[in-house]
Design a protein around this ligand. Structure first.
Ligand SMILES: Nc1nc2c(ncn2[C@@H]2O[C@H](COP(=O)(O)OP(=O)(O)OP(=O)(O)O)[C@@H](O)[C@H]2O)c(=O)[nH]1
Ligand SMILES: [Mg+2]
Length: 299
């Protein structure tokens, strides 16, 4: 890639409490569904790199887990990975969804943001669901706590205000060559992407503690020599026998449904017909077990 004079590149961290729309915003700017999105909090569990390259810039987004309090070691790992992204960022996007005042989680984030030197934009998301006169007092409250380089109201879902934000991001980035080839969109593995697609369907289709107690490990992705078929094998781990029963469902109905929801998505991702096999296994208390967490990809 020939690099234009004045080319800009750098890291942009998305941070905020769970469910404010961080993943939706990154996907919207990338124009690809890279991070999974659901209406339940704590959907994203890992820091996910999203790369957007244009002729004049390369933006490297860190989508991060929502900052929250939780009682498992997993919650701590999630929050630490979000906070670690602040250290590496050239620019920080602090996303909020102004439904109430400043929450405890947001107070905690503000305290952490006070310690960083990179510029911070306050992003007020979901303006499609707010009245205009609701927004101003929110901005005032946050401004009283921290000085923001910019305040940007937008709707990640509908796209309103997102092009403008992208321009403002590029403006803030340092000059420098791209870090990745222009066709890259992420650095996460194919197996991780497939595991996330499956997990998204689990979160959407189950309730109560199951979305939080489930994790997915893709064990094999093998293209058959002939017939244009790819075998995908994945294990869903839960913490208790009762959760396993619910996830399998009566006569296997729930598992079948999750499989038929996710298979088309895996097929278009792999560009191949897919034979998907899902298993459910119990790994007691995996969210608190260092060994299991490491095995499931949480450092
Ligand atoms: N109305 C509206 N809903 C939105 C908007 N942006 C995101 N959402 C919805 O908010 C919910 C959460 O979105 P996510 O992108 O998963 O939020 P997140 O901040 O990544 O959440 P975690 O990964 O749990 O930290 C989903 O149901 C989205 O469709 C928006 O601009 N307007
Ligand atoms: Mg997310």
């Amino acid at each position: 890639m020939r690099v234009a004079k004045g080319f800009k590149s750098g890291y942009v961290a998305l941070i905020g409490r769970p469910n404010v729309g961080k993943s939706t915003l990154m996907n919207r700017i990338l124009g690809e569904k890279l991070s999974i999105v659901t209406d339940k909090p704590q959907t994203t569990r890992n820091r996910i790199l999203g790369i957007k390259t244009t002729p004049r810039s390369q933006i490297l987004f860190f989508d991060t887990p929502g900052v929250h309090k939780g009682r498992h070691r997993l919650n701590e790992i999630m929050v630490n990975s979000a906070l670690a992204s602040l250290q590496d960022a050239d620019l920080i996007l602090f996303l909020i969804e102004p439904v109430t005042g400043i929450s405890e989680d947001e107070g905690f984030i503000l305290k952490k943001l006070n310690e960083v030197i990179s510029p911070i934009y306050l992003i007020i998301n979901k303006i499609d669901s707010l009245k205009k006169d609701q927004i101003l007092p929110v901005i005032e409250a946050y401004r009283g706590r921290l000085s923001f380089k910019e305040v940007v109201p937008l709707s990640a879902l509908r796209g309103d205000g997102v092009d403008l934000l992208e321009e403002m991001i590029v403006r803030a980035l340092p000059e420098g060559p791209p870090f990745f080839p222009p066709e890259s969109i992420t650095d996460v593995s194919q197996r991780f992407m497939i595991a996330e697609m499956i997990r998204e369907k689990i979160i959407r289709r189950t309730h109560r503690e199951i979305p939080y107690a489930a994790t997915v490990v893709v064990e094999a992705v093998k293209r058959r020599e002939s017939g244009g078929l790819t075998d995908v094998e994945a294990v869903i781990y839960v913490e208790k026998d009762s959760q396993k029963g619910i996830l399998i469902g009566r006569r296997g109905d729930m598992l079948k449904e999750i499989g038929s929801l996710v298979r088309p998505e895996i097929e278009s991702f792999l560009n191949s017909k897919v034979f998907l096999r899902l298993w459910v296994k119990v790994r007691k208390d995996w969210r608190s077990q260092v060994g299991a967490l490491r095995e499931f990809g949480f450092q």
